[in-house]
Write a protein that binds this ligand. Structure first.
Ligand SMILES: Cc1cc2nc3c(=O)[nH]c(=O)nc-3n(C[C@H](O)[C@H](O)[C@H](O)COP(=O)(O)OP(=O)(O)OC[C@H]3O[C@@H](n4cnc5c(N)ncnc54)[C@H](O)[C@@H]3O)c2cc1C
Length: 383
């Protein structure tokens, strides 16, 4: 659904048509295989790159399209409307690439950004560790300076694109006694000695996405791989999180919209007690309520995206979008699954997969309880 809130142009609509064709032709027919394999083949990323679908906001001087965040919104919406959980393009295009654009040295940008845009290099970001998820400042991975190098040791967990990425942004402590102020970010290529991928973790949903443990055992990187200033990593992470949270919210609304659409079709087809389910008042009310929630969610989301286009989306509002819209997504999809009866519990039905895929939205990108902490802090500080 498009509201009149966002400034879509003919170019945006043409781009949406390209993305939709790509999703219909390249993603949907293969998605089942990718779910079985637990990953998307790397060639798919290059295809997306060749169509100009990766890294929309990367400036032209670094090989990117240099367009606005609405193009990023379109890519995520189209994938989520199709119920596709892989490829996880937004992590690469709209979370990792912006780190390079904003904090990268000229050399880092010239080396990496064209490769990210083409899909030749796939990326991931490593914050979470077995002992530190919500509490990012408690990470234990260590980066020790040694001459012109840093030597990185530690373990990361739940890393998206962990099996397929060629380049990671890794958070590690350069000063273990300085808490959050001791965190720095590094670019780590996956072919560095000492780097090892653990297994592809078995998840309850998002089966087309790979999620991994990663091990860093004395991984030596040149000091030129430091991303941003030493000790400033925590601030960089925090300032990127609103966009990450907005992306979760965009996926949440699109997935909920898809669920309502599938369910509307289903209840008109399925007969019980001699008539389509859609004729039962409860069924109509349940879908009416779901549709109302999604519509309210869409309007708030589009307002947030509009604010973000003007660089005016604050952290607390992005957190509201992430928490409320991912909760809404879970409520709506659960109600829609119920209306599918036993078929809703079968993975061959998209609603079953959407239900399992939705659950993590309340956990990653900052658990929803952390969102409430952030919103609460802003609320009470204002008084
Ligand atoms: C599929 C998947 C993909 C992911 N991808 C990535 C990735 O690419 N890169 C990356 O770095 N990480 C990634 N993560 C990690 C994710 O961001 C963390 O799982 C998340 O931040 C929560 O951290 P945790 O799992 O350690 O939970 P914990 O921090 O142990 O928290 C557990 C629960 O406790 C509650 N809680 C915690 N703190 C508070 C608090 N202060 N107040 C109230 N309640 C609280 C919340 O309910 C929370 O869910 C991914 C996770 C999953 C499952």
């Amino acid at each position: 659904m498009e509201t009149a809130i966002l400034p879509y142009t003919d170019e945006h609509h043409a781009f949406r048509a390209t993305v939709r064709r790509f999703v219909e032709n390249e993603v949907v027919p293969n998605h089942g295989d990718w779910e079985e394999a637990g990953r998307v083949p790397k060639e798919l990323w290059r295809k997306a790159g060749s169509l100009g679908l990766l890294c929309p906001t990367v400036p032209e001087e670094y090989g990117g399209p240099g367009v606005d965040f609405l193009y990023s919104t379109i890519v995520t919406e189209e994938l989520c409307w199709a119920g596709a959980t892989g490829p996880l393009l937004y992590l690469h295009s709209d979370i990792v690439a912006p780190y390079l654009v904003q904090y990268g040295s000229e050399e880092q940008k010239r080396t990496w950004l064209p490769r990210l845009v083409s899909g030749e290099t796939i990326t991931g970001i490593c914050m979470t560790e077995p002992g530190a998820g919500s509490d990012v400042a408690a990470i234990r991975a260590r980066a020790r300076r040694d001459g012109d190098d840093y030597v990185i040791s530690g373990q990361k967990i739940f890393i998206s694109n962990g099996q397929i990425a060629d380049l990671f942004v890794v958070a590690a402590k350069t000063d273990p006694d300085a808490g959050a102020k001791g965190i720095s970010l590094f670019l780590v290529e996956s072919d560095r000695p000492g780097f090892a991928r653990g297994r592809n973790l078995e998840k309850i949903g998002l089966h087309a996405q790979d999620t991994s443990e990663l091990f860093f055992d004395g991984v030596r990187v040149p000091a030129t791989n430091l991303l941003g200033a030493e000790g400033k990593g925590f601030g960089c992470l925090m300032s990127q999180l609103p966009q990450e949270r907005l992306l979760v919210a965009i996926g949440a609304v699109a997935a909920a919209e898809a669920a309502v659409k599938w369910t509307l079709d289903y209840v008109q087809d399925r007969k019980a007690f001699g008539a389509p389910l859609a004729e039962k008042q409860h069924v109509r009310f349940a879908l009416t309520e779901a549709h109302t929630e999604v519509t309210i969610g869409r309007v708030f989301l589009d307002w947030c995206v509009a604010r973000h286009l003007e660089h005016a989306l604050d952290t607390a509002t992005a957190s509201m979008a992430k928490y409320w819209l991912s909760d809404m997504q879970n409520r709506v999809i659960d109600a829609c699954l119920q209306l599918h009866g036993g078929y809703g519990y079968m993975r061959e039905y998209p609603i079953a997969r959407a239900w399992a895929d939705a659950r993590v939205q309340r956990i990653y990108g900052g658990a929803n309880e952390i969102m409430k902490e952030i919103i609460g802090r802003a609320l009470f500080e204002r008084r």
